[in-house]
Structures are given as C-alpha cells and as structure tokens.
Design a protein around this ligand. Structure first.
Ligand code: 1CP
Length: 342
C-alpha cells in the first residue's frame, strides 16, 4: 500500500486524519507567489516557464506540507492551444477572442496541434515529479468542456454564462462541435500530463451549476464520462477527481455516471446530505467555506473539525469548497491543518 494518503483516499480508504490540500493553494495570498509572479512578468509567462511554474507549485508544499500539489497552470491554456487569443487584464481576469459563429470555430486549430503550445506544462510536471517529497501526490488538471466553452464563447468570465447558454440553445450544432473539440483536446492534454508524471487528474467544471437539469446529462455528465473513460483506457488505475461545482442534487450519482473516483463538493453542499447521497459511492473532497480562510479564529477551527467529523465514516480528502482567495491569511492555513491533524 502506498504511503501517499491522497492516493489511499482515492482508492476508497477511510483514514483517521483526512489528507488535505487547498484549491488555488499556489496563489496571490502568498508573498512568495507574488515575488515569483513578478519575476515571470505576467501570469501567462509564469504558466509557460517550467522552472517558475514548478517553483510556485512547490511553495505551498514547503510552507504548509499539504498532502497534494496541484500543477500550476490554468484551464484557459487549452483554448489558447486551440488557437484562441488569450490575455489577462490585471485586477479583472482573463480575456479571450470569442466564438460567435461558424467562422470563429473553423479558425480553431486541430486537436493534434495543442502540444505545440502546451509542452512547457508537461515540462513543469516532469520537474515536479522529480522534486516533490515522496509522500506528496501530484495532481494534474483541466477545465471540463462546458466550463471551458463558457469562456471561449463569451471571451471572459460571466456571472450567468448567458452567451454560452444562448449558443447552446440557439445553434446546438455549432455548440456541440465546440464541445467535441474541447473534449478531445482535454483527453490529449490530460493524457500528456499523466505521461509526464501526474498521478491524479482533476476536472474543474466551475459552471456546472448553471446548466438546467435537462442539459446537465448532455453537457456535464457525458463529456466527463468520455474524458474519464478515455483516460482510464490509456492509463489503467488512474484516479480522477471531478468537480461539478454547484451541481446541487446532481452531485448524487455523478461519480457512478462519469467513472470519477472522487467528487469534489462546493461549500453550498450540506455535509450530512453528502454523506448519505455522495460519499456512499466513494471518496468525496471538500468543502470548507473559503471565507473562513480570511476570517479565521475559532469559527475556522470549529468548522474544520465539524467537516472532518461529518465525513469521517468514509474516504475523504479535506479541501475548501472553492479556491482560496487573495485576501486569505496564510497563518490561517496553519490553523486549519492543525485543527484537522490534531
Ligand atoms: O493574478 C494571478 O496570479 C492570476 C490568478 C490565477 C491563478 C493563481 C488565475 C487566473 N489562474 C490561476 C491558477 C489556477 N487556475 C490553478 C492553479 C493551481 C492551484 O489551484 O493552485 C487552477 C487549478 C486554476 C483553475 C481555474 N482557472 C478555474 C477552475 C477553478 C475555479 O476557480 O473555479 C477557472 C474558472 C479558471 C479561470 C481563471 N483563471 C484565472 C482567473 C482569475 C480565472 C477566473 C476568471 C473568471 O471567471 O472571471
């Protein structure tokens, strides 16, 4: 049996102390991240410079001793590799060229071309698999097709994903062709990460919750199933974490329907409900409110202990319900880890 506690949880083992990592654990709440980012010049240069991307991935491991490291990259590198223009506006977020009609889709590159852009990411994975401590699990990741499509269609983050919904219902043939292209690219991208040394992969479907019930199967479940099936065919035994954020009642059955080994829960999900309806099928990850990493104090300790206790009867990976925010206090990470490890 492996000494890697994350792999043990993903294999279905119940552990007295759940292994822990945090979404966005490499990020702007850490002064050392800001320093390395400044050295890189901008966010995309950081993503595409393997030594620096590996450095920021390792920073939270050195500082806090998390049980997993997540590759430093972004879900929007795949659209860029497919030919979309991508840039980041400081203080605002990502901007991309949009997909408005057939001509924009026809201008995208074929799936086989993605490695030309993404090969530095695989180099980062190789560095990390050499340099990580032997008990730290390396997680690779990609965005799920629906979430990636929302950014490609709108050209930016949107509160309600309205442009993607308009294309989905107004021009389903074009929308489905785009979903297909992203799905196939995601399979090749994650497969290359695994070949480079990623031990687990995670699919981030951050906007799954905006899909109406009658579209959830087609655009959240089916693409995840296709990706997970293809990856497990090529890499037997590869553990996969799926994060259909804000899926609500559709969290139930998601692991079985997609083949995921673990479902990550956002912080709107009630733990008692999740134990009965999600953890019954296997490992769950989550789901502390990221705001507590800002406010800290006894409330952070109590909530961490409550979540640990709630999921203690089955396989559990401790995490937040969404990414840690730039205003979080790094000292609260120590408080959190002490609360769940003591
Ligand atoms: O200024 C900066 O330094 C950029 C902030 C930042 C960071 C640290 C962005 C821009 N991306 C990242 C890294 C990142 N993104 C990781 C690295 C590993 C880690 O977790 O430590 C990961 C896994 C992601 C995933 C990601 N990017 C998601 C899915 C998860 C989620 O948060 O819902 C999404 C939606 C993105 C797009 C994106 N990239 C960056 C921003 C600010 C956004 C959100 C944009 C928006 O919707 O407005």
């Amino acid at each position: 049996m492996t000494s890697k506690t994350i792999l043990r949880a993903l294999a279905g083992e119940t552990q007295a102390v759940p292994p822990a990592w945090l979404m966005r654990q490499a990020g702007r709440y850490l002064p050392e991240y800001k320093a390395t980012r400044a050295q890189a010049g901008d966010f995309l240069s950081l993503c595409y410079t393997p030594d620096l991307a590996a450095e920021v991935t390792l920073q939270p491991i050195r500082r806090f001793g998390f049980d997993a490291a997540i590759l430093f990259a972004d879900i929007l590198l795949v659209p860029q590799a497919l030919g979309a223009d991508l840039w980041f506006v400081t203080g605002e977020g990502p901007r991309l060229s949009t997909i408005d009609g057939q001509a924009d889709f026809d201008a995208l590159k074929p799936v086989g071309a993605i490695h030309d852009t993404l090969s530095p990411v695989y180099e980062t994975v190789k560095i990390l698999s050499r340099e990580l401590p032997s008990d730290t699990t390396l997680i690779g990741f990609a965005g799920a097709p629906w979430t990636v499509a929302t950014y490609m269609i709108a050209g930016r983050g949107t509160p309600d994903q309205a442009p993607a919904h308009a294309l989905r219902t107004g021009n389903p043939a074009l929308f489905d062709a785009l979903m297909d292209r992203i799905t196939e690219a995601t399979i090749e991208y994650l497969s290359a990460q695994v070949e480079a040394g990623a031990e687990v992969v995670k699919l981030f479907d951050s906007w799954a919750g905006s899909l109406p019930a009658d579209a959830f199967e087609t655009y959240a479940i089916a693409p995840a199933r296709r990706i997970i099936t293809a990856l497990k065919d090529r890499h037997p035994g590869l553990p996969v974490i799926a994060f259909p954020r804000e899926a609500g009642p559709a969290y139930e059955g998601f692991a079985k329907a997609t083949g995921a080994d673990c479902v990550a829960l956002d912080n709107s999900v009630d733990a008692a409900w999740a134990v009965a309806h999600v953890q019954k099928d296997g490992c769950v990850q989550g789901n502390l409110d990221p705001k507590l990493m800002v406010t800290g104090g006894q409330q952070l300790i109590d909530e961490a202990k409550r979540i640990k206790a709630a999921f203690s009867g089955g396989p559990h990976i401790f995490n937040l319900g969404h990414g840690i925010t730039p205003d979080a206090d790094p000292e609260n990470v120590n408080v959190l880890l002490e609360a769940i490890r003591s």
